[in-house]
Write a protein that binds this ligand. Structure first.
Ligand code: NAP
Length: 492
């Protein structure tokens, strides 16, 4: 077992209090893979002050040179990819194949933002004033807080960290308490790559204590948060009260809409991949299928058949398709929602229970679950479950499909299955979601493509791609008057 330390000003530092939080393998709770410090306000202050001290020199470092740090990080991540992937599976539970996918995504993100060091462009704007040169420049915001969830413990910190540092900000990362080891490995890689001290700082501890203290620290000029709606909404308000920049990406309740002319095999594969991949613990997970009545029976039958073939177990085993819930509390939430669905009158057609026996007794495993005949008002159709539970809602036609798709508070992503391109594009126009897939699953994203949601899913600016630069920089407008009025304003 590893004992982790905070990473402050380029040093591994034990926290002021001597208590630790265990980092337990959710697939085998007999294994504690690490323990992380339960930091206090004094540790947060040390990290924020280190970020503040490092800021002037990092801000003054030319952006292409800041990008060079990220190229070094990319190479080290490539060299350590197997170690990163195994640690990720051990601490979060997703399958090794999924962990490798997450590490590759993180590497792509680092590579993309390394290049952005050469493209931090402003623009020139024709002024209404004579002899005026009007242009914009992008400047860093300052020391930033990055607060991240457990479900993508490498990719999400990286997709905040990489644009933040290439834009000239310094950061304090507060990872989720359930996944500290991944954050520690990221810090280790930055240290190996000679990141200047204080550019990246990592502080562990409970969100309530560490996260709140971080946001309130006067050195912190902005916060980028990914996590649940309750916490994100609170942080957005607190950020506004402190007068700092704030970006919050939160939950989802993502639909797959299946129309009568859809390629059913493709749509079923998509629903299964979206609902049960990463154990349903993705913000982009498919949690609702909205299917038109004429094909609903066949769709549900095929869905049930396919879900029944999934192997649930320890993600380190190559034959596993679906790993565990991340901890007891998340598993209990999933099982509670399964009970709620049954009480609400939805038809349980597959799964519905915790798996027991052999290796299952040592982890938090829930059967891939399908509810049919779910109605839009049910809680299982409205609330984010964050587990392997899929709700099927039957609708008479495309108009009802659209209104059901939009009848939730969230708006992260959606998929549409049809061969009719006009229908598809009309739905693209009207579905309220930040990311829409036509004939592909709700999950997934690319390093250079913007990511984020509408409605209650996202407040603040989008992440990823070139869009992220807007959050991680301040835009400055410059008017340069070269009329030279002392010489009559016109030299010719
Ligand atoms: P969470 O409970 O909201 O925690 C997220 C982070 O916030 C953790 O680091 C947590 O620390 C910290 N935190 C908790 N209370 C805090 C407070 N009062 N002040 C400051 N920080 C605080 O979310 P989660 O359970 O880790 O993640 C799952 C959620 O993330 C789901 O809703 C999922 O949809 C969402 N998510 C969204 C996206 C997206 O891009 N839209 C991507 C991935 C996940 P502790 O761990 O110490 O509590």
């Amino acid at each position: 077992m590893r004992t982790l330390s905070n990473f402050i000003n380029g040093q591994w530092i034990q926290p002021s209090a001597a208590t630790h939080l265990p980092d337990v393998n959710p697939a085998d709770t007999t294994e504690t893979i690490a323990e992380s410090p339960r930091s206090a306000v004094a540790d947060v202050a040390a990290a924020a002050e280190a970020a503040e001290r490092a800021y002037p020199a990092w801000r003054a470092t030319p952006a292409p040179q800041r990008g060079q740090l990220l190229y070094r990080v990319q190479r080290r991540m490539e060299a350590r990819r197997d170690e990163l992937a195994e640690a990720l599976t051990r601490e979060e539970g997703k399958t090794l194949a999924e962990s490798k996918g997450e590490i590759q995504r993180a590497i792509n993100v680092v590579e993309f933002y390394a290049g952005e060091g050469r493209r931090l462009l402003g623009e020139t704007i024709p002024s209404e004033l004579p002899y005026n040169f009007c242009y914009t420049i992008r400047e860093p915001v300052g020391p930033l807080a990055l607060i991240t969830p457990w479900n993508f413990p490498v990719a999400i910190p990286i997709w905040k960290l990489a644009p933040a540092v290439v834009c000239g900000n310094t950061v304090v990362l507060k990872p989720a308490s359930l996944t500290p080891l991944s954050a520690s490995l990221i810090a280790d890689i930055f240290a190996e790559c000679n990141a200047p001290s204080g550019v990246l700082n990592v502080v562990y501890g409970s969100g309530h204590e560490v996260g709140e203290a971080l946001l309130a620290h006067p050195a912190i000029k902005g916060v980028s948060f990914t996590g649940s709606n309750n916490i994100g909404a609170h942080l957005y308000g607190a950020g506004a009260a402190h007068g700092i920049k704030c970006q919050c990406e939160m939950g989802g309740k993502n639909p797959v809409v299946v129309l009568a002319d859809a390629d059913l095999e493709l749509a079923v594969n998509s629903a299964v991949q979206g609902a049960y991949g990463s154990t349903g613990q993705r913000c982009t997970a498919t949690s609702r299928v909205i299917v038109v009545d004429s094909i609903a029976d066949e769709f549900v039958e095929r869905l049930e058949t396919q879900a029944s073939t999934l192997v649930v177990g320890n993600g380190l085993n190559p034959s596993t398709d679906v790993g565990p819930s991340v901890d007891q509390s998340q598993m209990d939430t999933v099982l509670d929602y399964i009970e709620i669905g049954q009480h609400e009158g939805a038809r349980l057609v597959a799964g519905g229970s915790r798996l027991t026996g052999d290796e299952h007794d040592r982890g938090y495993f829930v059967e891939p679950t399908i509810f049919d005949r779910v109605t839009p008002g049910m809680r299982i159709a409205q609330e984010e479950i964050f587990g392997p539970v899929l709700s099927v809602l039957r609708v008479p036609d495309v108009t009802s499909a659209l209104s059901v798709a939009n009848a939730v508070r969230y708006g992260l992503c959606a998929s549409i299955y049809t061969r009719d391109i006009s229908r598809a594009l009309q739905l693209v126009d009207q579905i309220e979601a930040g990311i829409i897939h036509v004939n592909s699953p709700t999950v997934g994203g690319e390093a250079h493509v913007p990511f984020g949601g509408m409605k209650a899913t996202g407040v603040g600016l989008r992440e990823m791609g070139r869009e992220a630069i807007a959050f991680f920089t301040e835009l400055k407008v410059v008017y340069l008057d070269y009329a030279d009025t002392a010489r009559g304003g016109n030299l010719y």
